[in-house]
Design a binder for this molecule. Structure first.
Ligand code: WT7
Length: 634
């Protein structure tokens, strides 16, 4: 008997207890009973947090695409695997069955091979939310190539940085992307990015928007003819449990983006297990996660987790506001979506629009609602609960990270008693959260507030940062001895429910996107007029947080609107439009400690309008700048 599908609170408690008491046997029986293996493991778990070394199911052999596709063909061959809803509601949806997905993935995998891609090679995928994105991810996994999906909203520079960091040989892209009533010239962006990436020898191009693009002789090729002439079967590569499956970049508070490496077996088991339980997926359900596959949410909960469970997973190409603000609800009604998983920022944006956009659609198919990416505020929670769930659908507020591979803290719908708004609630089986205080001590007892760490490994955790294991160890395992540090603060109430209170480092979550302050400041500082800058977050009613930049110019008297625009332009081209600043204030100087460190805490308060509670500023090197900054606050 294993705990793969938890169906009651007593089962949850039993499973949780077992997962802490004997984690190895707990995960072994889940792995054994619910997946297909070419060879079983020699050792279930070996770990050493001081060295940041974690291995799960060592010695096992498998291919994740066999688990996500092949094993379903006998029983679910005709069932829809991917349900693609295009940007334009007038274009027909595509129902891609497991049989069809099998064929598409095999053909694509054969094309990759034909282009010289081998096991272990890195392939960069820069595509809009079209079926080829999911197919190319799976095709890489089929032949053991390591995919690195880069969200198609990132700029050419951000793309080339990610291609270079993990030395990709190939880029898969499309001519363009549809986004609402706009098209985005993806292939042009790739062309610009590749000027700095001489080692990319092959670019495969999906035709989507039909716009004119340049094709570089010997490097670029249209995908379709290659697929048409490829064989429809491809024997899956036999992978070791700990072979890398993919790299996905996430921002750190400092330095370049971190290429988080997820490996095969543990990630598969964990994404599938958490999908099944958090969404209580049943055979007939139509599950929809609105994230982009360019983020971890899409990897784990559009592609791998759902497909490993033989689910029908919806992929939406467009945006919530096109052709109007009812689009999400129109899609729910059209496809009779049963589980709907989105971000608080989307909920807040839609809650601002007239309720008419909701009311005209039939949402009675919905059973379970989910949120992810940032803390959800109470108002948004109630709007979601009342208007979308009609008070009948449990909301799972799922807390996790790119690094964790899957959800760590979440209610289980209809199982966890008394789901409280804004609380992620309880750890999933296998997850051992702890709160630590400033002196690094574990806080026992409830209620408690502290920094959130995890003190035992789980199968889905990232194993390293590509090319920089030292940074992995320092970022996640050095702050607190023998614990994985999440970077988040949390409180735990009397019932042991967790509420995530937000980042405690210099990462700011804007519209659910993780942005480091230092990399943005580095970009601003490249502007020739800028002497110095500091970015902080401030509350924003739709984005959750927005960015406020304090900028000191070399010649303060020349401050101008034009420089503000140039700064945002620079950010847009080096990182992407999501990192643009909402407010820019030119300052004579930045408040600093006597050792010269910028006091962001003070800037954060000023940006948020909390100027009454700045605390003692007399110890600053330059207390006089504070008054001036307050007076000229935007
Ligand atoms: C950070 C991770 C997990 C996939 C999407 C974001 C914040 C995430 C929640 C939640 C409060 C949340 C945390 C976390 N976060 N989910 N339910 N409640 N905060 O992945 O880009 O790696 O960001 O997002 O601060 O550390 P990510």
């Amino acid at each position: 008997m294993d705990f793969y599908h938890i169906q009651s609170y007593s089962e949850y408690k039993e499973a949780y207890k077992a997962s802490v008491k004997t984690p190895e046997t707990f995960w072994e029986s889940i792995a054994e009973e619910n997946f297909s293996w070419k060879k079983k493991w020699n050792e279930i778990l070996s770990w050493d947090f001081t060295k940041a070394e974690i291995r799960w199911f060592d010695g096992a052999k498998l291919n994740i695409t066999e688990n996500c596709i092949d094993r379903h063909l006998d029983t679910r061959g005709e069932k829809t695997a991917l349900l693609f809803e295009p940007n334009s509601p007038s274009e027909a949806a595509q129902h891609i069955s497991y049989n069809q997905l099998y064929e598409k993935v095999c053909r694509f995998a054969n094309v990759l091979k034909q282009k010289g891609i081998e096991k272990g090679d890195r392939v960069c995928i820069y595509l809009p939310m079209i079926p080829e994105l999911a197919v190319s991810v799976l095709a890489c996994a089929r032949i053991g190539a390591v995919h690195s999906v880069v969200f198609a909203g990132f700029s050419a520079q951000a793309l080339s940085q990610r291609i270079l960091d993990c030395d990709c040989k190939m880029v898969i892209t499309s001519d363009g992307a549809f986004r609402g009533n706009k098209t985005i010239p993806l292939k042009n962006i790739v062309d610009n990015a590749l000027e700095d990436c001489p080692d990319v020898t092959s670019v495969l191009v999906v035709r989507r928007t039909g716009e004119h693009i340049k094709m570089k002789e010997g490097r670029d090729e249209w995908l379709l003819p290659l697929l048409d002439s490829a064989s429809i079967s491809c024997i899956p590569e036999v992978m070791d449990a700990e072979d890398p499956l993919f790299i996905l970049y996430t921002s750190g508070s400092t330095g370049k983006p971190k290429g988080m490496v997820h490996t095969t077996a543990g990630y598969m088991v964990y994404s599938a297990y958490t999908f099944k339980n958090v969404f209580q997926y049943q055979e007939e359900d139509i599950y929809w996660c609105t994230a982009d596959i360019g983020w971890i949410t899409g990897h784990s909960y559009i592609v791998y987790g759902p497909l490993a469970n033989g689910a029908t997973t919806v992929m939406f190409e467009g945006v919530p506001s096109y052709p109007d603000y009812g689009r999400f609800w129109e899609i729910v009604a059209k496809h009779k979506v049963t589980q709907f998983y989105t971000a608080p920022t989307a909920i807040r944006a839609l809650a601002k629009e007239p309720l008419e956009f909701v009311k005209k659609h039939d949402l009675t198919s919905l059973k379970i609602l989910g949120t992810v990416g940032e803390p959800i505020n109470e108002e948004a929670w109630h709007w979601y609960n009342n208007n979308i769930g009609d008070g009948l659908c449990p909301i799972v507020d799922t807390w996790w990270q790119t690094e964790t591979g899957g959800i760590l803290i979440s209610a289980l719908p209809k199982i966890t008693p008394a789901i409280l708004p804004t609380f992620a609630t309880l750890p999933l089986p296998g997850i051992q959260p702890v709160l630590v205080d400033d002196s690094s001590k574990e806080i026992k007892g409830n209620p408690a507030h502290g920094k959130l760490c995890i003190k035992f490994p789980w199968p889905g955790m990232a194993r390293t940062i590509w090319g920089d294991h030292k940074r992995y160890k320092e970022t996640y395992f050095s702050a607190y001895q023998n614990k994985y540090f999440t970077g988040d603060g949390a409180l735990r109430n009397d019932d042991g429910y967790y509420r995530i209170t937000g980042r405690v480092d210099d990462v700011i979550i804007v519209s659910g996107h993780n942005l480091g302050t230092a990399p943005i400041e580095d970009v601003i500082n490249t502007h020739e007029a800028v002497a110095e800058s500091a970015i902080v977050g401030f509350p924003h009613d739709v984005k959750g947080n927005a960015l406020y930049g304090f900028v000191t110019l070399k010649h303060p008297e020349f401050s101008s609107e034009k420089i503000s625009e140039e700064i945002n332009q620079l950010i847009s081209t080096s990182i992407g439009p999501i990192a643009k600043l909402d407010k820019i204030q030119f300052t004579e100087g930045l408040p600093k400690t006597r050792s010269g460190k910028i006091m962001r805490r003070i800037l954060r308060k000023i940006a948020s309008g909390e100027t009454e509670s700045l605390g003692d500023i007399s110890t600053l090197l330059n207390p006089e700048v504070v008054q001036e900054i307050i007076q000229q606050r935007k």
